[in-house]
Design a protein around this ligand. Structure first.
Ligand code: SAT
Ligand code: MN
Length: 599
């Protein structure tokens, strides 16, 4: 069936083929010809659009089914053997029961289709930090997106050898074709109840059914590199995190590497590609979404970006918000659910140019500015090779990873949380990571608006195991090396608002001013005052030269409002109840100590 000396892989492919019953099986070699020919076949069949090759060479547009536009968190399951090992009771299903249900869905689900076998490496092929997966999918769209987002093909299979370990990733769009039936542009199982994004952590296995979109289907990303890898990391003593990795060079040439965890819609990709507002400082990108961190021989944490591309949100991306992303996507990019202009280019809300008089919207309909509809779906995406980003750091594919000096955690908070706060020590930093989150701005239940959705280390949708055990693992990492070798943890918040409901801090490129203070702290020159919540910059410590911001505004950004913090403490206490007995004792102590320092 497929030619490989790996018996377990061969047997698994045969078992899946017998169950899913595809017309044929194709082992992906990962070559450029394979990539181009698959795109061409889709365009020829009218299932995708080739964009204007003068304006966007090598670029294509795909439009998804309107029911299949984002990750489906309420259909995401962690089927650990024991219910207590799952992140929460509502995502747990007994593994054998879940398999039995899903086998019924998989039975014959690839009829009329080709079953692709995609060997892929998360991380540079052969790096000691990297891991191998094999995704079986009946979606050609998945194949060429995986080609961009990971390293796929023959070289991976060679590295796997005849007995290497790999994560089994099974994916079907869940839409078999009857004899002679014409395919639709975006096959999927339209009913939400038919979709499953299932993880079997003990078996290091993923079963996805019914969706073709993003993290539901590109199984190397959230399913493997976060949920399954988190379990591997726990068992093996490292960290698999939802973090960007950036490289910061100061005017003297000294280099620092910084990771950052932010929930979605907090500008992670923008920060990873930021253009600093100071002369002499440089920011370069190592990764924009996921970091795997392991201890090096010197006792420091080294991070790799397990991905090879960016799967970025298009709407809001502009020459103002992220010029380097805009430069990255000038060519060889797959666009999904953006608007198509009459001259064969792309357009989306917040792209920074006037809306054209006419375009074809993400659903394939005529659109004008008067339509009153979105031209691009809010979760429209670009898939682009990381190598095309003009500010990739040279070492982004270094198999050894980069040594991390600081970890940022943060969310979108209108009040209480200052612009930046340095943790007092590792455990306090883990505490800050555990309480980060964003205010809920839209909710079906209006009572929830303004409430904080706590999102520990931005992992809420991506935990692969019990969230209390996850925080315990973070605490245990702090005991594995000398305290001085650990990265310092900083709690940042770009989103403070004033009494007029306006953002106080300009954000975007100006966030480099905060990064500058952070590395000054690390090198020992940054000035700080100790407060009940952590170490804050002194009034003049953040360099605001050339920035139009008043002293009052800076004071507001850096104030510690004790009343507000006591309300925060009460809210954290409430949130901590959701951990049950898995809440680490050290974090309870951190909360008590904070309350004491405040009163
Ligand atoms: O769809 S993905 O999970 O890859 C991206 C995201 O939702 O954060
Ligand atoms: Mn993400």
């Amino acid at each position: 069936m497929i030619s490989t000396s790996h018996k377990e892989l061969k047997a698994w492919v045969e078992e899946v083929a017998a169950l899913c019953k595809p017309d044929s099986v194709h082992l992906c070699d990962g070559s450029e010809e394979e990539y181009q020919s698959m795109l061409q076949i889709m365009v020829d069949a009218g299932l995708g659009v080739q964009l204007n090759q003068e304006k966007r060479p090598g670029c294509y547009l795909f439009r998804s089914h309107p029911s299949d536009v984002a990750r489906v968190e309420n259909r995401t399951f962690i089927a650990s053997k024991n219910a207590e090992d799952a992140p929460s009771p509502d995502v747990w299903i007994e593994p054998e029961e879940l398999k039995a249900t899903m086998r019924k869905s998989y039975d014959g689900c690839m009829r009329g289709r080709i079953m692709y076998v995609i060997p892929f490496s998360m991380g540079p092929i052969g790096s000691p930090i990297s891991k191998i997966g094999v995704e079986i999918s009946d979606s050609p769209y998945v194949v060429f997106n995986m080609k961009i987002m990971t390293r796929i093909g023959t070289k991976v299979l060679e590295t796997l050898g005849s007995d290497g370990e790999f994560v089994k990733c099974l994916h079907s769009v869940g839409k078999p074709l009857a004899a002679g039936e014409k395919d639709t542009a975006w096959p999927c199982a339209p009913s939400i109840d038919d979709k499953y994004i299932s993880h079997f952590p003990e078996e290091r296995m993923i079963w996805s059914f019914g969706s073709g979109y993003g993290g539901n289907a590109l199984l190397g990303k959230k399913c493997f590199a976060l949920r399954i890898a988190a379990v591997q990391a726990r068992d093996e003593g490292w960290l698999a995190e939802h973090m960007l990795i950036l490289k910061l060079t100061d005017p003297s040439g000294k280099v620092y590497y910084v990771c950052g965890a932010f929930p979605s819609a907090c500008g992670k990709t923008n920060l990873a590609m930021l253009e600093p507002s100071f002369p002499g400082w440089k920011v370069e990108t190592i990764g924009d979404d996921i970091a795997w961190m392991k201890f090096g021989a010197d006792g420091r944490l080294y991070a790799i970006n397990p991905e090879a591309g960016f799967f970025g949100v298009a709407p809001g991306t502009s020459m103002h918000s992220n010029p380097n992303a805009m430069r990255s996507i000038e060519k060889n990019t797959i666009f999904t659910n953006v608007g198509l202009t009459d001259d064969g280019d792309v357009w989306w809300e917040g792209i920074g140019t006037e809306p054209p008089e006419h375009l074809i919207d993400w659903q394939g309909n005529d659109w004008t500015p008067a339509s009153g509809k979105l031209a691009a779906h809010a979760n429209a995406r670009f898939t682009v090779p990381a190598a095309q980003c003009p500010v990739m750091g040279d070492e982004w594919e270094d198999p050894a990873g980069v040594p991390i000096s600081a970890i940022l955690v943060g969310g979108r908070r209108e009040n209480t949380i200052p612009l930046v706060n340095e943790s007092l020590d590792w455990n306090h930093g883990v505490f800050l990571g555990s309480i980060m989150g964003s205010e809920i701005t839209t909710a079906a239940i209006t009572d929830d608006v303004g409430q904080v959705r706590r999102d520990p280390f931005a992992m809420l949708p991506f935990f692969g195991y019990n969230k209390g055990d996850y925080l315990q693992h973070w605490l245990s990492i702090g005991k594995k090396t000398d305290a001085c070798k650990l990265p310092k943890i900083y709690f940042v918040n770009w989103f403070r608002k004033n009494a007029d409901n306006k953002f106080i801090w300009p954000g975007f490129g100006e966030n480099s001013r905060v990064l500058k203070w952070i590395v000054e702290r690390i090198s020992g020159t940054g000035k700080a005052v100790e407060t009940p919540i952590g170490n804050l910059p002194t009034a003049d410590a953040i360099d605001t030269s050339g920035l139009d911001i008043s002293n009052d505004a800076m004071a507001e950004l850096l104030q510690v409002d004790k009343e507000a913090w006591l309300i925060e403490v009460a809210s954290i206490k409430e949130n901590y109840k959701s951990y049950g007995k898995a809440l680490p004792k050290e974090l309870e102590e951190q909360l008590e100590a904070l309350e004491k320092r405040l009163s």
